[in-house]
Design a protein around this ligand. Structure first.
Ligand code: PNS
Length: 169
């Protein structure tokens, strides 16, 4: 069975890697779908996020990585995948994911399988990794080594304002 692990992955964290590894252990094929992210405070462009996800899951032979634009259910149909696998950390995540799951099932019959996040990653999010890194914190314990290296380069390229866009408050 082929499944899709979708996300923005800005950047991919060790929590994401854990979910993808566990999906890869359960299913014959996993496609990681890296969504476009229109958020203003993004860190990496979509193509760079795809590259970093590829490095992070390079040890998993049955996992491939693709960019996602448009509806996730259309991506699933185009890639002949019948289910999504997503991690849930909290009750809040569950409520959000349960709603998304109904949309994806009613739109195109795509099922959603929710996997409880491993306890050690239950507080982890890409948003917090971006915030901590941008404010000078060490994020090496939360992201793959290649991602931590790339974040260091990203910060070094932005000595003024540490990642803020001109005009940001
Ligand atoms: O890592 P994220 O930001 O929580 O991932 C969200 C993602 C990519 C799964 C979600 O935004 C998504 O499914 N985007 C694709 C567009 C789509 O299909 N929207 C309708 C979902 S009901």
């Amino acid at each position: 069975m082929r499944v899709v692990c979708p996300g923005s992955f800005d950047p991919i964290t060790l929590g994401h890697v854990d979910i993808i590894e566990r999906a890869a252990a359960c299913f014959s094929e996993v496609i990681v779908a890296v969504a476009q992210n229109s958020a203003k405070n993004h860190m990496f462009e979509p193509a760079e996020r795809v590259e970093l996800v590829e490095v992070a899951v390079g040890h998993l032979p049955n996992v491939s990585v693709h960019a996602l634009s448009g509806l996730l259910v259309d991506f699933c149909v185009a890639h002949d995948a019948s289910a999504l696998v997503k991690g849930v950390r909290t009750a809040g995540d569950y409520e959000y994911e349960a709603q998304m799951a109904q949309w994806n099932r009613t739109l195109k019959g795509i099922e959603t399988l929710l996997v409880p996040t491993a306890p050690q990653w239950s507080y982890l999010s890409s948003t917090k990794v971006r915030e901590v890194a941008t404010l000078g914190g060490d994020v090496r314990a939360y992201v793959p080594a290649a991602v931590a290296d790339r974040i260091r380069t990203w910060l070094a390229e932005r000595p003024v304002g540490r990642g803020k866009e001109p005009g940001d408050g």
